[in-house]
Design a protein around this ligand. Structure first.
Ligand code: SF4
Length: 334
């Protein structure tokens, strides 16, 4: 019987990676894995060593396609970045996407009252959305499946890029996968009803964004009482928005706020605490504001939420943070 490990590694096209590496005479390769795949480090090392490559595994996190271990790249001929699809153009990097295989049966059972549906998923699930679309069309739905800016698969979304839903015409959105972070983002981005179906656990639900919005509004209102504000810039290549941070600082100072910019790789409550800011503005991954905010002692706002504090945007015009609008495809440009 095959193990989970066998099945995941079986869906990776190693022969194509080996030939790419041989073509450029790469000998020493870096392997960067997200936390959930780090326990494959030994197996992956053996797979590459058998083919004559030297391997060094990154000890850093790997939160998304934006998060490239450039330090490890300096030590190796090539870097293999696992589990994400390319959004940055970096020499000597090969992205190795990870695809979750899932059954199509749950889509035959799904009952969505709206007649037209836009399909979305994260990269791990999006590779199979064409097949999901065919099933839903057989059931009589009109299905929209568009490729977003910078993204590989039709229907693929990132927590900082919902352009697969730009100008969407469908009456509702169906998110395929786990967790509520992406479907909540899709609901705010489109203003439409969003459903979530996990084809592995068979969970189906309509996404409720009210609790999320209430929490974000509370954070904004609390920040409005603050005078001292720290603006965070990440050093991670695809999250680095230094220009935006400096521009926000300039606008904040015009409004009489005391403001400073902090450059850091990993953002944590412990690292930030000693700055004693009344609130923080996060120009790095928006997930830090949306998902990790409770770990911080002060509100952690997105740039769009900070605009509300500055009086440049209304509460009614609440918007998700989209990094791709500011991201340079080459990490050498801030
Ligand atoms: S910035 Fe955050 S949401 Fe965007 S790709 Fe990186 S980890 Fe994902």
């Amino acid at each position: 019987m095959s193990t989970i490990s066998d099945r995941i590694l079986d869906r990776i096209d190693f022969s194509s990676i080996f030939s790419q590496l041989r073509k450029v005479n790469a000998r020493k390769v870096g392997v960067q894995l997200p936390d959930g795949l780090k326990f494959y480090a030994a197996e992956l090392t053996e797979i590459f060593e058998k083919e004559g490559f030297e391997v060094i595994v990154s000890g850093k996190g790997s939160y998304g396609a934006c998060d490239m271990d450039l330090e490890l790249l300096d030590h190796c001929d090539y870097l293999l970045h696992f589990a994400h699809t390319p959004i940055l153009r970096i020499d000597r990097v090969i992205y190795v996407p990870y695809q979750v295989d899932y059954p199509l049966e749950p889509f035959y059972q799904v009952k969505i009252p709206e007649k037209s549906i836009a399909l979305i998923a994260t990269a791990q699930y999006a590779w199979k959305l064409q097949e999901v679309k065919a099933v839903l069309e057989k059931k009589g739905y009109e299905v929209e499946l568009k490729t977003g800016k910078e993204l590989k698969y039709p229907g693929e979304v990132l927590g900082c890029n919902y352009t697969a839903l730009q100008d969407v015409k469908a009456d509702a959105v169906l998110f395929v996968g786990d967790g509520l972070f992406h479907p909540i983002g899709a609901a705010i981005y489109t203003g439409k009803k969003v459903y979530r179906l996990s084809p592995l656990s068979n969970e189906f639900e309509e996404v409720n964004v009210e609790r999320f919005i209430r929490k974000r509004m509370a954070a904004i209102v609390k920040a409005m009482d603050g005078r001292k504000c720290g603006i965070i810039v990440s050093t991670k290549p695809g999250q680095k928005r230094e220009r935006l941070a400096l521009e926000l600082k300039r606008r904040a100072k015009e409004k009489g706020l005391s403001c400073f910019v902090i450059l850091t790789d990993e953002i944590s409550a412990e690292k930030i605490y000693n700055f004693r800011a009344d609130f923080l503005v996060n120009t790095a991954c928006p997930r830090i504001s949306y998902d990790d905010a409770e770990a911080f002692h002060v509100p952690v706002l997105t740039p769009q939420e900070f605009q509300i504090v500055l009086g440049e945007r209304s509460f009614e015009d609440y918007a998700m943070d989209e990094i791709f609008r500011f991201r340079s495809p080459s990490p050498s440009t801030p």
